[in-house]
Design a protein around this ligand. Structure first.
Ligand code: HEC
Length: 254
């Protein structure tokens, strides 16, 4: 019993360690069953992210099937915005191709000062809440190359690619000192240039996008949910058969 309690306690430590590091993150509601949200997220992803970030573990056809689109819809509406190089080279677009980008890693380094990370599994490394907060914490900072900075990822090399939708805002930082002398900083934002979306619409768009990234980080999750039901059904049947067999074997012994 003691070992059990100790094991349980130890298994909680990473959670504590994680919780105490890092800035305050906003919570995002992920719902992988919401196909409409995944489709909206995929559309935002190919239009606004895939020009720099690849998702090279993912094929368009796989994504289409998982989020409830046809191959034709994906080829027609999603490959073009991102994969302009293939279009130019005259090669036909195929639903089976990987979600890669035209830009090479070296070019990425030259343009942004750092290699642009692949986003296939970013939701697993960073967590959904982190990405959600990150996409909402760009603010105007003229001292940065792209004129923006980010409170969640200070001095980030990425421009605020969703600024058209969200608008541009400035950060107002206030420092507080509590009775123990700990300093904390809170940040509030003030819109300077309004975007096409209201704050609520932007939140919901970013939620869709993060939902999609979460799905991409582990596409098998969708399959696993269904598979789990079959596996349990199979085990139940196996139990019934084994039990009948046991009865048959032992009936002469008793
Ligand atoms: C113009 C190119 C460009 C576009 C478009 C772009 N990004 Fe980025 N992104 C970058 C660069 C460069 C970095 C690396 C920043 C750094 O390390 O300083 C980055 C970093 C990130 C990170 C942090 C990754 C990590 O774990 O460090 C996330 C998450 C991210 N981008 C998400 C997105 C999403 C979502 C979109 C679409 C809405 C997007 N990006 C569009 C250039 C881009």
């Amino acid at each position: 019993m003691k070992t059990l309690i100790a094991t349980l306690l130890i298994s909680l430590f990473p959670a504590f360690a994680f919780a105490s590091s890092g800035a305050h993150l906003e919570k995002v509601e992920i719902n992988l069953d919401n196909k409409a949200s995944l489709q909206r997220g995929a559309k935002l992803f190919v239009n606004y992210c895939l020009s720099c970030h690849a998702a090279s573990y993912m094929r368009y056809s796989r994504m289409a099937k998982d989020i409830g689109l046809t191959d034709a819809q994906v080829v027609e509406n999603m490959i073009f915005p991102a994969d302009f190089s293939k279009e130019k080279n005259g090669k036909p677009k195929k639903a089976g191709q990987l979600m890669t980008v035209a830009m090479s890693a070296e070019d990425g380094k030259a343009y942004f000062g750092t290699a642009v990370p692949d986003l296939s599994v970013v939701a697993r490394s960073r967590g959904a809440d982190w990405i959600y907060t990150y996409l909402k914490s760009f603010y105007i900072d003229e001292s940065r190359p792209w004129g923006v900075n980010n409170t969640t990822f200070p001095n980030v090399g990425m421009p605020h690619v969703l600024w058209e939708l969200e608008g541009l805002k400035k950060a107002v930082k206030t420092k507080h000192t509590d009775e123990h002398g700990h300093e904390t900083e809170t940040v509030t934002y003030e819109t300077v240039v309004p975007g096409k979306m209201s704050a609520a619409e932007y939140d919901s768009a970013v939620t869709d996008l993060v939902n999609f990234l979460e799905y991409m980080g582990e596409p098998a999750k969708l399959v696993r949910y269904t598979m789990g039901v079959y596996v349990l059904g199979f085990l139940f049947l196996l139990f019934v058969v084994s039990y009948a067999m046991k009865k048959e074997f032992w009936k002469d012994v008793h």
